[in-house]
Design a protein around this ligand. Sequence first.
Ligand SMILES: C[S@@+](CC[C@H](N)C(=O)[O-])C[C@H]1O[C@@H](n2cnc3c(N)ncnc32)[C@H](O)[C@@H]1O
Ligand code: SF4
Length: 384
Amino acid sequence: MSQLNPASIPLSLYIHMPWCVRKCPYCDFNSHAVPDGQLSMDLEQQYLAALVADFETQVGMAQGRTIHSVFIGGGTPSLISAKGYQWLFDQLKGLLAFDENCEITLEANPGTVEHDPFKDYLAVGINRLSLGVQSFDSEHLQRLGRIHSANNALDAIQQARQAGFERVNVDLMHGLPQQSLEQALNDLKLAVEQGATHISWYQLTIEPNTVFFRTQPVLPQDEVLEEIQAQGEAYLKANGYINYEVSAWRKEKPSAHNLNYWQFGDYLAIGAGAHGKVTRPDGIYRFQKTRLPKDYLAKVPAEHGQMKRIEAEELPFEFMMNALRLNNGVNSEFYAQRTGLELNDLDATLKQLREKKLLIADVNRIACTEQGHIFLNSVLEAFL
Ligand SMILES: C[S@@+](CC[C@H](N)C(=O)[O-])C[C@H]1O[C@@H](n2cnc3c(N)ncnc32)[C@H](O)[C@@H]1O
Ligand code: SF4
């Protein structure tokens, strides 16, 4: 493994906000219901101060780099006030500069946006919103245990646009319990008509440790799921959206933050359960913060979680698992730059996948073919 040069790798920042008004029955993210559905100002301030203390311990990992993008995810980050974010950004920027055009995304739930108007979030520097809509159908929203109505979701997109957000992602799920093809397509149609500039379109998965896992809902038949996928993709394409990653569709720029993950960039991570990845000259490291908010608040940052080195033999798979999610793959040079390994060492595997017409890999680009994307899991197994 050759020496790595962190300065050549973009550095992002992930911030985790672990609370939600209530827990959705399909969700296995590190999110916890807040008592009374609202975060007290006390708890907000305590948590924001803990985030700053956590960040302070990570500044050294930047090794001279500035912050390329920020993603505030959850949980429900829109439970935190715009004023709280203003304070947080001031503190963080005092420790490490953000790039001039730093993309700052906030995940917002259409049921919590009345806490602060969107323009207040825009005013403090958040320049991209990601709205957790899931569906525009009232019955589906109810089955999903969502706290918002279809009208709240439509309003939220309108309000975001009117407030001046030029970049609005809408998260939608499909393959919902008892969902028909028409209903799934109608959800996409409404997101498009409302002017979503980016759509993250996920098929519902049933995750262990969720209510849906314990009490399985009736999901659409496989043939319906396939039709939803095929017709949904055709619809989005016909409406000018570009599919640049498995579930990501864009009309505007891609999400700089997610792109950095998929291109095997680095990211600091603050907040309960947050995962980070950083490159040092001697290797690549991952870390995860303690998951429960009460533990995160009680412990000093040094006790939040250990750094773990990614072993050289794990790196080909780790790199490809991210890079090959992108429809256009990645620049071939990124492999050596971001793993410290030589792409030539993978020659036999690349040749075999090329012969099966699953992969394109030359001096310029590593990417799956259309067929390769369909069989992504078996392509990735070749790198294990
Ligand atoms: C971390 S969640 C946060 C979004 C925000 N808390 C909300 O729900 O409004 C990000 C997105 O992942 C998707 N998601 C969550 N659980 C899922 C599941 N079991 N299957 C598919 N997509 C899921 C949803 O579309 C969700 O908006
Ligand atoms: S609002 Fe989002 S993060 Fe919270 S429980 Fe629901 S899906 Fe999970």
